[in-house]
Design a protein around this ligand. Structure first.
Ligand code: PAN
Ligand code: ZN
Length: 192
């Protein structure tokens, strides 16, 4: 009855790394990111086994369960496809009105956000930055630095992921390097 137990999962507060029994890990290699970057022909010519990002998550209940929470850490490795920085696929939530928190843990990056009217903006992310992703806003993270970029996330267990919308239509802007700096370029400018 009245017992004191050890936690099932631990998080390394320096690196975001999760350890414990109920942790799942997903690797995304360049091969998994077809048509994600503007320069698909450049991506296709690179090493397809290269890991671009990895996600560790603690999902203590079944996906789709109402009113629970999930916790995850994402590591995005540094690099570019052409002039576009390595980034996640990005998604709306399947239950599109579900919000999410992100926070920066290590390195430098950006959170790319796009509403349903395809207005896209970016927020700088760094160790300690906190980001509230509102309902109905697609989100993708981008490593704009030259070392690994790590972020934490917490989202509702019934949010789900709608990757299809972004695979079909993309975001309306991309983060590219120009003269050594990240610049948000809209689809009109690059003819996405
Ligand atoms: C995050 C993301 C994670 C990977 O946990 O799932 O950063 O990005 P993609 O899912 O776009 O590949 C989250 O937003 N969960 O809802
Ligand atoms: Zn999400």
């Amino acid at each position: 009855m009245n017992k004191i137990i050890e936690p099932l999962v631990n998080v390394d507060l320096e690196t975001g790394k999760l350890s414990g029994k109920e942790v799942i890990e997903v690797l995304k290699k360049l091969n998994d990111l077809k048509n994600v970057f503007g320069a698909e022909e450049v991506r296709a010519g690179m090493d397809q086994e290269q890991v671009i990002y990895e996600v560790q998550a603690h999902l203590p209940i079944a996906e789709g369960t109402l009113a629970g929470l999930f916790y995850g850490t994402t590591i995005i490795y540094p690099g570019k496809v052409g002039d576009e920085y390595f980034m996640t696929k990005g998604h709306f939530h399947a239950q599109s009105d579900r919000a999410e928190y992100y926070w920066g843990i290590e390195g430098e990056g950006m959170l790319l956000l796009m509403d349903k009217d395809r207005n896209t903006w970016a927020e700088k992310m760094y160790k300690g930055s906190l980001h509230y992703i509102p309902a109905d806003v697609a989100h993708r993270t981008v490593n704009t630095g030259d070392s690994r970029f790590i972020l934490g996330a917490c989202w509702p267990s019934d949010a789900g992921h709608n990757y299809e919308e972004i695979m079909q239509n993309g975001f309306s802007a991309r983060l590219v390097e120009k003269e050594g700096n990240p610049v948000l370029v809209s689809e009109q400018e690059v003819g996405l």
